[in-house]
Design a protein around this ligand. Structure first.
Ligand SMILES: Nc1ncnc2c1ncn2[C@@H]1O[C@H](COP(=O)(O)OP(=O)(O)OP(=O)(O)O)[C@@H](O)[C@H]1O
Ligand SMILES: [Mg+2]
Length: 418
């Protein structure tokens, strides 16, 4: 019999890589993070592809609001239409045991808040070309969503509204993926009452703070904040009180990033300033225009996106090794006895179950999803995270007298993960 641990008082058993716990059509394999409005679990399907997924389960408090549920499911369906290399793939929006959830592809890596915090703690910077590349990919994903049309060809006018470092995930393969696309509106609307919106003001546009109607250009501004923060390793807008913070965003006085980082050129300063123009008319009018300027800069750097992969694996050396190990365990562990395998073998969706016919079958390391890429990348024998020979901005290691060392209030500016 499959161990069925019923949820107690709305709490789910999170499972573990070697202890899969059934939830809906999935096995939960451990908690990734618990946020104000949701918990995110690593998971895999009970049937079908052997791949890692992330299941984001909404807090039960949110489910008390019927309008939230409607909106959540409507927006989740919209998110499923967003198929772009820079946006996390949404696979399902569903409900199980009274819990509403959204299933996504699993992105083995770290979010940008964690990256910035690690940089602060270790007095490093995201090298300029890497930062420009990440911002360009964010803008690319945004533009795709902004211009997506419905089945009738009419524009859907999707605006993210929640572009922030915690919603940008960098994979250990060097991918940049926007998270939480689509569900932002529902969450924003219904979470202000339970006080979760607070941390979000620092990534809003002036018009969003003012409660004015929003279009794609609000996301351009938020992407500009992220670019600025990657270049400076400092929060752009902060205040001692919520009110002070909101005032800062409203005024949108933005110092050029080169004030904090001498490697930022005047061209890059200009791009950041234009993305961060207070008045929408002065701003980049589309995320594509921002992406184009950033990509043009990158062409001049002769930057290879592979360097981002190396950067991530180096910055999170231990975490990356753990990720490899847990991903493998997660896909191989079997819950309970043989009953589940019977389910798989006799499942009506045979044929969509590659490699799962025999419960003991293992997936070659190079096929582990979630950490996509060539097999060699998954063999941590050679130094997978060595410094890039082409890195135009050698990273820190020699702090005190280094004038390029990011300044500031180390370690406390980018929120600690819960
Ligand atoms: N598809 C995914 N694959 C891997 N990790 C993910 C995925 N989706 C979310 N995460 C991670 O789960 C963590 C929690 O995400 P969550 O969206 O709940 O919180 P948040 O972004 O910090 O805050 P917010 O509630 O404002 O969105 C983050 O570190 C995020 O990177
Ligand atoms: Mg999020």
């Amino acid at each position: 019999m499959v161990s069925d641990r019923p949820s107690q008082e709305g709490k789910l058993s999170p499972g573990a890589p070697n202890d899969p716990v059934p939830f809906g059509g999935y096995y939960l394999l451990g908690l990734i993070a618990r946020g104000g409005m949701a918990e995110v679990y690593r998971a895999r399907p009970q049937l079908g592809d052997r791949r890692l997924l992330a299941v984001k389960v909404m807090r039960p408090q949110l489910a008390r609001e019927a309008r939230f549920i409607d909106m959540f499911h409507r927006e989740g369906k919209l998110a499923m239409m967003l198929r772009n290399r820079c946006i996390v793939e949404t696979i399902e929006v569903g409900q199980h045991d009274g819990r509403h959830y959204i299933t996504m592809e699993y992105i083995g890596g770290r979010d940008l808040t964690q990256v910035l915090r690690r940089c602060q703690e270790s007095a490093q910077r995201i090298p300029v070309p890497h930062a420009v590349y990440i911002a360009a990919r964010i803008a690319e994903g945004l533009h795709f969503a902004h211009t997506l049309g419905g089945p009738d060809g009419r524009p859907l006018n999707i605006v993210n509204r929640d572009v922030s470092p915690s919603n940008v995930r960098l994979s250990y393969d060097g991918d940049v993926k926007l998270l939480d696309f689509g569900i932002a509106q529902a969450l924003m609307k219904f979470t202000s009452e339970i006080g979760i919106l607070k941390g979000k003001f620092s990534y809003m546009s002036p018009e969003q703070i003012r409660g004015m109607p929003l279009d794609a250009r609000t996301d351009v501004f938020s992407a500009g904040i992220i670019l600025h923060e990657m270049l400076t390793t400092e929060k752009l807008f902060r205040g001692d009180t919520e009110f002070a913070l909101m005032e800062k965003v409203r005024k949108a006085e933005v110092p050029p990033p080169s004030n904090f980082n001498r490697r930022v050129t005047p061209e890059l300063d200009a791009i950041a300033q234009k993305a961060l123009a207070r008045d929408v008319a002065d701003r980049y009018q589309s995320a594509a225009a921002l992406a184009a300027d950033l990509d043009a800069l990158i062409a001049g750097y002769r930057f290879d996106p592979k360097e981002l992969r190396q950067f991530m694996r180096q910055l999170f050396r231990r975490e990356y090794a753990k990720e490899l190990e847990e991903s493998e365990t997660s896909l191989d562990a079997e819950p309970g006895s043989g009953e589940v395998s019977m389910q798989v073998v006799t499942g009506a969706r045979a044929g969509t179950v590659p490699g799962v016919g025999t419960p003991t079958e293992t997936v070659p390391r190079h096929m582990i999803p979630g950490i996509r890429g060539a097999g060699s990348q998954l063999t941590p024998t050679t130094n997978p995270v060595g410094p890039s020979p082409q890195d135009p901005q050698p990273r820190t290691e020699s702090p005190p007298e280094d004038p390029d060392k990011p300044r500031g209030f180390w370690g406390s500016l980018f929120k600690k993960r819960k």
